[in-house]
Write a protein of this length. Structure first.
Length: 199
């Protein structure tokens, strides 16, 4: 079973408003991202929400997703949300895609490319690379879940890739979206413009 954890518990301080609820392509940022992943070969989607979780849940109403709440989202690092998602994974899960909730450039095609490459790469960790730079989402075998639950407090999933460098497959992708998330209003405007150009 292919599973995805979508991180949607951030505070959006730099954006000045909850960025996941901003309009995007006739939807909101979070619903757009979830729909892209839902259209892929991913079997199970878990959304980890925090601030304004009720509004996030409302935006995802009618979609086949599980929503879990990170009660520690106000002061915690991203790793705490990853761990919340891992706790909710089904036992049959074999690989885990961790996607950022503020990365609307991620597409169904990219997710499929990553999952399919993971199955043939014979490696336990896959990271997308664009023009020599590693980006997101990251994909890893479920055998690493227990390790993630107890390690990498100060460094997050980057620590997983560094610790197991010999088990990392770098997938070269043509899309710069793997390097782009949204922190500031100008990032949001950039993503909107890129989305219009693709359409």
């Amino acid at each position: 079973m292919n599973c995805a954890i979508v991180l949607a518990a951030g505070m959006s301080r730099r954006m000045g408003t909850q960025k996941l609820l901003l309009p995007f392509g006739g939807k909101t940022v979070i619903s757009h991202i979830v729909d892209q992943i839902a259209g892929s070969v991913v079997d199970k989607i878990i959304v980890v929400a925090g601030r304004e979780s009720d509004k996030v849940r409302e935006q995802l109403s009618g979609r086949d997703v599980s929503i879990v709440i990170n009660a520690d989202c106000c002061g915690a690092e991203m790793l705490s949300s990853v761990r919340c998602g891992i706790r909710a994974l089904p036992e049959k899960c074999r690989c885990v895609l961790v996607a950022l909730g503020d990365q609307p450039g991620i597409t169904t095609g990219l997710v499929n490319e990553m999952v399919n490459a993971f199955k043939t790469a014979n490696k336990g960790i896959l990271v997308p690379v664009h023009q020599g730079k590693r980006g997101h989402p990251i994909l890893f075998s479920s055998r690493y879940c227990n390790e993630i639950m107890t390690c990498y407090e100060d460094i997050g999933l980057r620590g997983l890739a560094e610790t197991h460098a010999d088990d990392v497959f770098e997938l070269n992708v043509s899309s710069p979206a793997v390097l782009c998330d949204m922190d500031w209003p100008e990032d949001y405007r950039r993503e909107l413009e890129m989305f219009r150009e693709v359409r």
